[in-house]
Write a protein that binds this ligand. Sequence first.
Ligand code: SF4
Length: 176
Amino acid sequence: MKVLLHACCGTCASHCVMALRDYGHDVRLFFSNGNIAPDSEFHKRLDTLRRLADCLNVPLIVDEPDHKEWLELVAKGFEQELEKGARCERCFRYSLERTFRMMEQQGLDMFTTTLSVSPHKHTPSIFKVGQELDRERFLAVNFKKEGGFRKSMQMSESLGLYRQNYCGCEFSIRVL
Ligand code: SF4
């Protein structure tokens, strides 16, 4: 299957690309992260993902970020939520909806996300959002299974990739 993989960062994407290829999929990366602040951090993570895409020879599509829109549509009224709370589920929906639309635009078969590789993310919430968008075409893979998170860390370290210490939005800088 031709799969569009929403990628939050290079570290998480490393293991996810390999796992999807092991399942026999043809993978494209999609960097769509209107949640990331500040702007310099967005570009740091994008540069890292570009390096990974080059190393693994995987196509990368970049979505133009609109953090102001993200603040308005996702975070407004949910600023005080902790990670894994209600703001995060809204954030998953924002990015996955864009991934779903890009999959359709590109004529691909399925979509999924690297978000499930992180122990800081609530996988059932990610799957719920993906399946609400399209039950048939959301590929519900729990990438953290079978040591997925550890494998991403190891791969990231061996490739010398940048690894951030907060999830992405300005509200996560103080909660982690
Ligand atoms: S903590 Fe992470 S998942 Fe939650 S809203 Fe912020 S960027 Fe999104």
